[in-house]
Write a protein that binds this ligand. Sequence first.
Ligand SMILES: [Fe+2]
Ligand SMILES: [Fe+2]
Length: 353
Amino acid sequence: MKWTPENIEKTKNTLRNSRTVGLAMAKIRVDFGPNITFDAVRRAFHRNRIGNPRLHIGRNLEPVEIIQSYKQTSPYGGIVTLTVPKGATSMTIERSLLTINRSTKRILVVSDLHAPYHDKAAWECLLEVIRETKPETIVIIGDAADCYAISSHPKSLKRKADFATEVELVKKALAELRAAAGKSCRILWTEGNHEDRITRYLQSKAPEFGQLKELSAQELFKVSDFNIEWVPYRTSIKIGNCSFTHDVGRCGVNTARQSLLDFGGNIVVGHSHRGGVSYQGEIKGSSHFCLNVGWLGDVNEIDYVHRNRALRDWQLGFGIVDQDEQHSWATFVPMVNGQCVVDGIRYGKAMAA
Ligand SMILES: [Fe+2]
Ligand SMILES: [Fe+2]
């Protein structure tokens, strides 16, 4: 049999009208043949991104009380039993099976958003990944705010320098990030050179205002309102055996390699807008890495680099660091044609040809 949309829909309805997987499979085998396995159904549902078939069991039936538990039966999956209180008409599943199945803790790294001049499609794609995969921690690794209006560089005559609007739009992006991540996600923001423009502006134009906390970046962007921890510019934060910072003073094509040699331990950096991972081993057998996280800015909004050069050299994307108690695994996730792939699942909308 072929998993056509009609057959998928019919199977889904059978699952929803059945009290157990066994009863559903008996009906599905009557409909589609005796050789259909639950694993085949699970794979078809996974391909069509409609979740684990077990989550559809009994959805159309009157709710009954069952015990809530999750039993991991393999590195890739397990058995979920859901509790539906008597009288409930709907239920919310907060964590996807991808999250439940993870044997490591996930840190998702967002770099160089340059809001409000960010790539809106890439941003939506990233929010979708966050909503679906629920990382335990998110590190915004600097240059999340462009701060164009207070840049010391000559400004475009076509763009109105309006810092108040910029600040509001950055806060809007932070609100979207917090909503996607959920309340329990730890979010940190390591300051980048673009946020540091606020300090430099005060230093050069109004040093008398320098002691006013209200004019600091973390106060202007109201980071505490979004429960975001602030890490000052040119410092790093260590989580597990991996450190995070905007940059260690390196930029260009060899950023990952040079930053790795500079730092000498696991480090995640942004700033160069390039994506990649560099590894360095030791004779003893251990190794460490530098993950360079790419960027999420809109190439049409920049005026400090030739657009063609930015298109050639910079890479839209984000970073993932999966950790257990002792080790970290770093991945650069590129966005290609408006989409990215995480854990084998595709996210985002493909751009029109
Ligand atoms: Fe940047
Ligand atoms: Fe930067």
